[in-house]
Design a protein around this ligand. Structure first.
Ligand SMILES: Cc1ncc(COP(=O)(O)O)c(C=O)c1O
Length: 452
């Protein structure tokens, strides 16, 4: 008979009033992802480990396309590279028909390296260089102009290479979301956007084919998209009537919420975040009311990022130590820090034990391995008392972590994909010492003499 596991005794203060319909959350354990045992994943690829599910990505994407197409027939999704630009992840979206939405020369290069043609790339961003713009123009990409300096630069390029660049303009506005994002693009309410279009119509150096906005991120109010779409469509109608400029796309950017839970939210995100059909309904209402749409049927472009990838990403981490803080709070130290899980700053992610556990839940703080006081993945969670070597699955982590992660103190870990046919493939290698020091140069006079 196997030796029984020792369970340390503890005294726990019961807090009256806790628990209820949504808060009595006894965490279950989950020992596999898409049917692949967590133990096997860690044995093969080490801990910590990012895991993506191809099946979940494809299912979510197809569902989003299906829902939007039911409401409006001409819909294009452009994959927001900054949300997750691992080549394998982008390739999955492109194989489903997504265009690329990029915000830098580096992201543009990634899209081109995957074989995405320029005409299926939307180039956003507030600081595009002349050389980046020139390549994009030559390759027939659509450039959403952010500011007047960029507009002048594009006119210059148009003259130099004798082409009429395909452009949209980014528009900022009051859509009811506060504070509004006013730093990107040209303002709608004060007429700046209209005047910019007037200039483009007058100089005739650029071909204005679309209007773009991105009102914010993790937008919990679908009506904001109704406002944004209505404003862009009204502008499209006005510029057609007054300036003879007819745009062929309306690009509403990204911003739909995933099922993550923000720190300031009471209910869990899987209850409080709108689902994609609520955003689709709000946008299609504006489209159905628009005379411009009735006449011209513009392409609706969406640059949805986090809502399409967040849930399909998991981070497996292992407990390194279990201690009790001076105030009696239980603390777990795990091997993944905030440098890997950037979104821990905003979200109460789900922390799910990856093996059966014993004993009652305790108030717990979960620390990362960095020797920094700020390295806290979760300042408060009711959690079982795990031991060194136990594993935890953190989810949803698919959006913005493997792009905004930072190499700091430790090596960034392996990233694997569980394919649709349940195979595990490595899609980004763990860093090692050679990789890390490769770009560094140690000046000759600082080299320690090698003594034999
Ligand atoms: C221009 C643009 N489009 C799309 C996105 C994707 O946004 P989200 O991940 O919130 O859907 C972003 C993110 O900030 C963005 O700046």
């Amino acid at each position: 008979m196997a030796k029984k596991k020792y369970e340390a005794p503890f005294i726990e203060r019961r807090i009256a009033g806790l628990g209820g319909k949504f808060t009595a959350s006894v965490p279950r354990y989950q020992d596999n992802i898409d049917g692949i045992p967590v133990k096997e994943l860690i044995k093969e690829y080490g801990s910590p480990l990012f895991v993506f599910s191809e099946h979940q990505i494809r299912t979510k994407f197809r569902e989003a396309v299906r829902i939007f197409s039911l409401h409006y027939p001409k819909v294009t999704f452009a994959w927001s590279y900054k949300t997750n630009y691992l080549l394998a992840i982008c390739a999955i979206f492109h194989s489903e028909g997504a265009w690329a939405e990029v915000v830098s020369g580096m992201e543009y290069e990634r899209a081109r390296s995957l074989g995405v043609p320029g005409k299926r790339i939307i180039f956003n961003g507030p600081a595009k260089s002349k050389s980046e713009l020139t390549i994009a123009v030559r390759e027939d990409a659509t450039i959403n102009i952010d500011n007047t300096d960029e507009l002048f630069l594009l006119e210059e390029i148009a003259t130099e290479i004798k082409t009429k660049p395909k452009v949209g303009i980014r528009i900022n506005m009051d859509s009811g979301i506060y504070p509004p994002w006013l730093r990107f693009g040209f303002n709608y309410e004060n007429g700046e956007a209209y005047r910019t279009i007037q200039r483009i119509a007058t100089t005739k150096k650029l071909q204005l084919i679309g209007l773009h906005t991105h009102i914010g991120t993790f937008v919990l109010e679908p009506r904001a998209y109704y406002q944004a779409a209505s404003k862009l469509l009204r502008l499209a109608e006005t510029i057609e009537e007054e300036l003879g400029v007819k745009v062929s796309f309306i690009d509403l950017g990204g911003g739909f919420a995933s099922s993550n839970t923000l720190y300031e939210e009471y209910l869990p995100g899987n209850i409080s975040s709108p689902d994609i059909s609520q955003y689709a309904k709000a946008i299609s209402e504006a489209f159905n009311e628009s005379r411009f749409v009735f006449k011209n049927q513009p392409n609706l472009i969406l640059e949805t990022g986090r809502a399409l990838i967040d849930e399909a990403g998991y981070l497996i981490t292992s407990v390194q130590a279990n201690k009790v803080l001076p105030d009696g709070t239980r603390a777990l130290i795990v091997d993944a820090g905030v440098n890997l899980l950037y979104t821990a700053n905003w979200y109460k992610h789900n922390f799910i034990p990856a093996q059966p556990f014993f004993g009652a839940l305790e108030n717990t703080v979960i620390y990362g391995p960095l020797c920094m006081n700020i390295d806290i993945l979760r300042p408060f969670i009711r959690f079982p008392n795990l031991n060194r070597g136990d594993m935890i699955i953190i989810n949803p982590v698919g959006a913005y972590n493997v792009t905004q992660w930072m190499q700091f103190i430790t090596y960034r870990p392996n990233v694997v994909l569980i394919t649709s046919d349940k195979k595990v493939v490595l899609i980004r290698k763990k860093e090692d010492f050679e990789y890390l020091v490769a770009p560094e140069i140690l000046p000759r006079h600082l080299r320690l003499e090698k003594k034999s």
